[in-house]
Design a protein around this ligand. Structure first.
Ligand code: NAD
Ligand code: ISE
Length: 335
């Protein structure tokens, strides 16, 4: 059985995911695409070898030619298309964030609970990265003892001028928030934002770098340093400090160059190169699950919980205070 996927939003990651679904993932084909930039959607459809181009996301979701929906449009559109997919009874993978605000996420939780079965997964792909999985395995096996501190670093090579302080949380640090929750297996209960000195490459309107401190239920401290205009190469790090040892990501190298008596390590240029394997693994897990009639991937609850932390993180930027985080009750569907 081949799962026919419809892709809403053919920007950078939509194009990347669509190519993987069409050429690399076993069991899927891309049958439909749409984007408010119709020319871009048509180009992607042609590159894929003839996917159908729809006028908007709702027409695509309703189509008989679409078995499952992939939402890779901008964050503000995610709730609308996720809710429409649930109303149509179709499985949907929504890129992060599930939605930028918790009222929207709660609407999605309510709709899925009313349906009585899970259909939504969220694109938290770091859970599929081999390095992060190894760090988690070190913790789960007991090798490093009790988790005490998680240090996270996330340096982008450049952001568009439209990037804002709230987006540092909703678009970028949301990965560290999800890693913290997933790796440690605990909810985050507080957030504090401690802005460092700005880089000379920062936009006038953006606090760059930004720094956050999260505490989990049992008191583990998770820190996140984020740099939007890093300029020197994509750099993601994670070190778990335990009572009996540490476990860290090794920054994957693309090549090791030796010239003139000097060895140079070539690092990934951006997230596409760094997490290519993780994107493929998350898409394969999703499609493989659908083939078996299962929904495999981070749930709408995981999407809600991460957005709750980003929302109160934005409040913490404004107040400069440590903000305590509360959540709605977790529905039985997600326990
Ligand atoms: P992008 O700007 O390159 O692409 C977004 C696309 O959505 C654009 O082509 C835009 O025209 C389209 N769009 C906007 N409104 C639409 C609508 N109503 N209907 C259909 N299309 C619409 O952005 P991107 O970098 O590809 O990011 C897209 C989403 O994926 C964001 O939510 C982002 O946070 C997420 N993302 C996730 C990762 C990851 O590592 N998991 C990486 C990059 C982006
Ligand atoms: C982007 O949207 C992503 O999700 C990338 O993984 C992240 O590194 C980047 O900061 C975001 O803007």
């Amino acid at each position: 059985m081949t799962i026919r996927v419809g892709v809403i939003g053919t920007g950078v990651i939509g194009t990347d995911h669509a190519a993987k679904l069409q050429h690399q993932i076993s069991g899927s084909t891309v049958s439909a695409v749409t984007d408010i930039d119709r020319a871009r959607a048509s180009q992607v459809a042609a590159d894929l070898g003839g996917a159908r181009v729809f006028g908007d996301g709702h027409e695509l979701i309703a189509s008989d030619e679409v078995d499952a929906v992939l939402i890779t449009s901008i964050g503000e559109t995610h709730a609308e298309f996720t809710l429409a997919s649930l109303a149509a009874g179709k499985p949907v993978m929504c890129e992060k964030p599930l939605a930028p605000t918790t009222p929207e996420c709660e609407q999605i939780l309510d709709a899925e609970v009313a349906l009585g079965r899970r259909l939504v997964i969220v694109g938290f792909m770091r859970r599929y990265d081999a390095g992060y999985r190894q760090v988690k395995a070190s913790l789960d096996s007991g090798a490093v003892g009790d988790a005490l501190i998680l240090h996270n670093v996330h340096r982008d090579t450049g952001a568009p001028e439209s990037f804002t302080d709230p987006m540092v949380l909703t678009d970028s640090m949301i990965h560290e928030i999800d890693v913290t929750r997933w790796l440690l297996g605990e909810e985050i209960v507080s957030v504090q934002i401690i802005p460092p000195k700005r880089t000379r490459h920062a936009f006038a309107h953006l606090q760059d770098p930004q720094f956050a401190a999260f505490h989990t239920e049992s008191g583990i401290l998770s820190t996140a340093e984020f740099l939007a205009n890093g300029t020197y190469g994509y750099d993601v790090r994670c070190e778990l400090v335990g009572s009996d040892g540490t476990a860290s990501l090794l920054n994957p190298t693309l090549a090791n160059e030796v010239t003139g008596g000097v060895a140079r390590t070539v690092v990934p240029a951006d997230w596409r190169a760094r997490f290519s394997g993780a994107y493929a693994a998350e898409l394969q897990a999703w499609i493989g699950g659908l083939e078996r009639g299962e929904i495999v991937g981070p749930s709408a609850w995981e999407g809600y919980a991460a957005t709750r932390v980003t929302e109160l993180g934005i409040e913490a930027i404004r107040s400069g205070q440590r903000v305590v985080i509360d959540y709605v009750d977790k529905p039985a569907l997600y326990r």
